[in-house]
Design a binder for this molecule. Structure first.
Ligand code: PPS
Length: 287
């Protein structure tokens, strides 16, 4: 069985190429009252939400040709606190840190996106085989990756160790909990929820329906794919693009009945009594 390569730091597996110093310094970032954190377990809708927030801040106008989304909304544990501290406020910050490691300020805002673990595993598999330098897993199969995923032996740890603690905080005043699946069904509603959550200053920016429509269009899968193609030429040709399928239910093309059963069992055990048990009814359990 082939396993992706990681380095170990602070009890985590981390992608090769994420500097250890970045991770360590990220832990010491002092959250500011105006900070907006976009928090997810990997492959759950981070980039999509980064685009949405960026577009809300820029009247729905797309990124200029010279700009990457991470220039303005960097990944905290990849770049370290020093790169975040030089951003103008309000800062928008991407993180995959679990709840207990995420820098906290009671006035900062936390947008959490959850995605069902089945589609997350498939997306994470493609990510892991695609970033060859980070994981050395180009030849790895889904079966290989699944064994790592179900044991939580992947970067950023076990899926459920991320989801369950964040879910407990979902009703706090400074947390907005969304699901990838609902964002797919009603992107407009998700965008409005984000605008409302960000507060009056942001609501005031969306002066008319035209701006809202631009945000919807420029954060669509098709337009984000086009935008990301500007800089994804580094990826080997036979590897999936970073913005890949963007579907709900792609997992059915990968999971064997046995794998499905094993992940359902883990899901039932880890979500028992949390309120998460029924969140993805109809999506992860075939009727
Ligand atoms: S990462 O590496 O953790 O930051 O990845 P992340 O951005 O969280 O997740 C990548 C998956 O999100 C899909 N995606 C989208 N889906 C729908 N609409 C839009 N606009 C969109 N943008 C990104 C992306 O395709 C990855 O999912 P998969 O299933 O692999 O296609």
């Amino acid at each position: 069985m082939k396993k992706p390569s990681y380095y170990y730091h602070n009890g985590f597996r981390m992608p090769m190429g994420f500097p250890i110093e970045g991770f360590t310094s990220a832990l010491n970032y002092q959250a500011q009252p105006s900070d907006i954190f976009i928090v997810t377990y990997p492959k759950c809708g981070t980039t999509w939400t980064q685009y949405i927030v960026w577009l809300i801040q820029h009247n729905g106008e797309p990124l200029s040709a010279s700009k990457k989304i991470e220039d303005d909304i960097p990944h905290l544990e990849e770049v370290g606190k020093e790169k975040i501290e030089i951003l103008p406020q309000p800062r928008v910050i991407k993180t995959h840190f679990p709840y207990n490691l995420t820098p906290y300020h009671p006035q900062a805002k936390y947008i959490y996106i959850a995605r069902n673990p089945f589609d997350c595993a498939v997306s994470f598999y493609h990510h892991t085989r695609g970033f060859i330098k980070h994981y050395n897993f180009a030849e790895g199969s889904f079966e290989d990756f699944f064994e790592c995923f179900i044991k939580g032996e992947v970067d950023f740890g076990d899926y459920f160790d991320h989801l369950v603690p964040w879910y407990k905080h979902k009703d706090e005043h400074n947390v907005l909990f969304l699901t990838y699946e609902n964002m797919k069904i009603e992107p407009k509603n998700a965008i409005i929820d984000i605008i409302n959550f960000l507060g009056k200053a942001y609501k005031d920016r969306i002066k008319n329906e035209e701006i809202l429509n631009k945000i919807i269009i420029n954060s669509s899968l098709e337009n984000m794919k086009k935008d990301q193609q500007r800089w994804s030429s580094k990826r080997p040709e036979n590897m999936p693009p970073f913005i890949r399928k963007g579907q709900v239910g792609d997992w059915e093309n990968y999971f064997s009945p046995e794998q499905q059963q094993r992940l359902i069992e883990k899901f039932m055990i880890r979500t028992a009594g949390t309120g998460l048990e029924t969140l993805w009814n109809g999506i992860i359990i075939r009727s």
